[in-house]
Write a protein that binds this ligand. Structure first.
Ligand SMILES: CC(C)(COP(=O)(O)OP(=O)(O)OC[C@H]1O[C@@H](n2cnc3c(N)ncnc32)[C@H](O)[C@@H]1OP(=O)(O)O)[C@@H](O)C(=O)NCCC(=O)NCCS
Length: 226
């Protein structure tokens, strides 16, 4: 398959930050990702890669403006340090996502696809992978916050069985927009397992048979469990 899922490492942070700035009006600083990867044993971060792209970095398109403020991060006052050197395949990173395990709940902290790669099933590939990780780590529910105006992301989450469970007033610091809290029911129910299996099968068929397919397309190559 053209697109694969990997675990995020420190060498991936510079490229992740490039995409973060393109995806969010208030991006996390690099130190937040560094801390997540090095110190948070409840955190799980993944990447989507385009295996047709290689090289250490790609120029940031001029028409994607740099945001000025930061997305709130729960761990504040993180030290500022230089970014790690990008890995040799940094340019192949086209999206990233992560979650925290909080008791029996998987809390999605971020999910973003490079603007040039949206609408191809990659956000879904990463959400599907996060649900797969949620099963692996024993979470019973998957939950997240999403801007009330972010209909695209809400559609993606609804597809995977999330529904609105509440809201947080003025949650986002840039414009004081409210957040919806969206959550799945118990992912171990037969209904959810079946829904997840069908969605996953359809997604892999889509990613393997559209223009995304490579001659050897078949099962996902990087993680057999997604
Ligand atoms: C949200 C985001 C990750 C979706 O990624 P994507 O790769 O474009 O989405 P996909 O192509 O995998 O689409 C998956 C589903 O999302 C929804 N969706 C995607 N694009 C959509 C659009 N333009 N309009 C409406 N719904 C859309 C659909 O439900 C779609 O399922 P379908 O293909 O069966 O219709 C991406 O838009 C993004 O990075 N946004 C900026 C960051 C962000 O808002 N993250 C969410 C924070 S809570």
């Amino acid at each position: 398959m053209r697109y694969t899922i990997d675990r995020m490492t420190m060498a991936d942070i510079p490229r992740v930050i490039e995409i973060e700035k393109l995806a969010y009006p208030t991006p996390w600083p690099p130190s937040a990702y560094r801390k997540e990867l090095q110190e948070n044993r409840h955190a799980h971060y993944i990447l989507a890669r385009d295996t047709r792209v290689s090289g250490a970095s790609v120029p940031q398109p001029a028409d994607h403006p740099e945001p000025q403020s930061r997305r709130p991060f729960p761990l504040s006052l993180l030290p500022v340090r230089p970014l790690p050197t990008p890995g040799p395949d940094a340019a192949s990173i086209v999206g990233f996502a992560g979650l925290w395990l909080m008791i029996d709940e998987a809390h999605v902290t971020t999910i973003a696809v490079h603007p040039d790669y949206r609408g191809r099933g990659l956000g879904e590939l990463m959400l599907c992978s996060l649900v797969g990780i949620s099963y692996e780590i024993g979470a019973r529910h998957v939950t997240l916050e999403v801007r009330v105006s972010n209909a695209i992301a809400q559609n993606l989450y609804r597809k995977y069985g999330f529904s609105i469970a509440g809201s947080r007033r003025r949650y986002y610091s840039d414009n004081h927009e409210d957040a919806y809290i969206m959550t799945t029911h118990d992912i171990y129910t037969d209904d959810y397992r079946q829904r997840y299996a069908e969605l996953r099968a359809n997604l892999y068929t889509r990613l393997s048979t559209t223009e995304n397919a490579s001659p050897s397309a078949g099962q996902p190559s990087a993680r057999s469990d997604i």
